[in-house]
Write a protein that binds this ligand. Structure first.
Ligand code: FAS
Ligand code: PHB
Length: 396
């Protein structure tokens, strides 16, 4: 087989890239090690920046997003038993975020790819990326007992944190930066109305962090900070709902509508960046290159901005016969990635209880919270990072 761009991974990065390339007339094949159902079964992100929603519309998959997505104009910070609204829309001159589950975004992209009859290899085993530092890269995989090979012009490594692409780069050619946080997030999905349908709520209580989000007006998404060694089976539904309420202000706690959870999982929190994001004719995008703690709702949105840069680079290469976009891809992505890493680290540090933070550290956190909600400059800084910095931010 031969294609112009071989995309490894059928998560949001891979599918969005495939759809944008298809619309530009660039042939691509997506190679995924799991089944499509497995990919859809992973419950993850839910808050989309304007750049992401615009890109989904550009890719021609924005219909359900526009019909079912919920636009948020503000967020709320809860600490010391009091709720403080941050008017994100007003502080950023009109920018907003949209609540629309990653699962639904992935489903829309899968359906569009299937409708266009684009080649997608699911359940591909032992995927290898070969000769990506030559002009003739190849992808090899096994399926149905056969070994297959795809010749291509470029490889897009959209295969997530545990993928094969970054792992295939010689250690001396890549630099990895990592910070692991001393706690995890226990997340639940429940078919109950969200306690706060118009604002995402972030709570810092003496018992730990909690987050109130949603997927629709009838489906809620909640998280509580938990010890890294907790297991999902340690948490009954009742224990979760009781703990969530204890971490919110009393008025909001009294309004939480509980019900049976339909998904419950614990995710570790880490900050991670691999540099560079290009290796010859192989390009990393999304979680393959970087991970953020989900506090700032940046993971999925960073994947989308990588794909925006990468799809534009490929389009320039084939249409305008220039490699300028390809050559600047890694630097442009990393400028944006590190600012999102900073914001996600900052908001995680502001809103969580750290096991080793007592006394002075706790007082500093309380002072920072008080400063953020009472300083327009700090609230604006939070707001402009939350909605996503412009793609050309800081570019001269
Ligand atoms: P993904 O990991 O989504 O997709 C990579 C794909 O590549 C997968 O389908 C995988 O099966 C495939 N793959 C891997 N190795 C392969 C191989 N060798 N060959 C072929 N295919 C291979 N972000 C937020 O903004 N908010 C959140 O609340 C949030 N919660 C999260 C919770 C969890 C548990 C995790 C893990 C992440 C969370 N994220 C969150 C971040 C998440 O949404 C990612 O940013 C997003 O999935 C990135 O998409 P991709 O880059 O496509 O990577
Ligand atoms: C979510 O809805 O999953 C979500 C919302 C806001 C965050 C993280 C996750 O900061």
């Amino acid at each position: 087989m031969r294609t112009q761009v071989a995309i490894i991974g059928a998560g949001p990065s891979g599918l969005l890239l495939g759809q944008l390339l298809h619309k530009a007339g660039i042939d691509n094949i997506v190679i995924e090690r799991q089944t499509g159902e497995y990919v859809l079964g992973r419950i993850r992100a839910g808050i989309l920046e304007q750049i992401t929603t615009d890109l989904l519309r550009e890719a021609g998959v924005g219909q359900r997003l526009d019909a079912e997505g919920t636009v948020h104009h503000s967020i709320e910070l809860v600490f010391a038993g009091t709720r403080h609204a941050i008017d994100v829309h007003g502080l950023t001159g009109g920018s907003v975020v949209t609540a629309y589950g990653q699962t639904e975004m992935t489903r829309d992209l899968m359906e569009a790819r299937s409708a266009a009859n684009l080649p997608t290899i699911y359940e591909a085993a032992n995927v290898e990326v070969l000769d990506y530092d030559s002009n003739n890269p190849r992808v090899r995989y096994q399926k149905d007992g056969q070994t297959h090979e795809i010749a291509c012009d470029f490889i897009a490594g959209c295969d997530g944190f545990h993928g094969v692409c970054r792992a295939s780069v010689p250690k001396g050619a890549i630099t990895e930066f990592e910070k692991v946080y001393p706690f995890g997030w226990l997340g639940v999905l429940a078919d109950v109305p969200p306690v706060s349908p118009h604002a995402i709520v972030y709570a810092n209580s003496e018992r730990g962090f909690a987050l109130c989000s949603m997927r629709s007006l009838t489906r809620s998404r909640y998280y509580v900070q938990c010890p890294l060694d907790d297991k999902v089976e340690d948490w009954s539904d009742q224990r979760f709902w009781d703990e969530l309420r204890l971490r919110l202000d009393p008025e909001m706690a009294s309004r939480v509508i509980t019900g049976p959870t339909i998904e419950k999982s614990i995710a570790p929190l880490r900050s991670f960046v691999a540099e560079p994001m290009r290796f010859g004719r192989m390009f990393l995008a999304g979680d393959a290159a970087h991970i953020v703690p989900p506090t700032g709702a940046k993971g999925l949105n960073l994947a989308a901005s990588d794909v925006k840069y990468l799809s534009g680079a490929f389009i320039e290469y084939y249409r305008d016969k220039t490699s300028a976009g390809i050559d600047s891809y890694s630097e442009r992505c990393l400028r944006r990635v590190w600012k999102a890493e900073r914001f996600s680290w900052w908001l995680t540090t502001l809103m969580h209880r750290f096991p080793d933070t007592a006394g002075f550290g706790q007082k500093i956190q309380e002072a920072e919270l008080d400063y953020v909600v009472n300083s327009e400059a700090m609230s604006r800084s939070l707001a402009e990072n939350y909605v996503g910095l412009p793609l050309n931010f800081g570019e001269r």
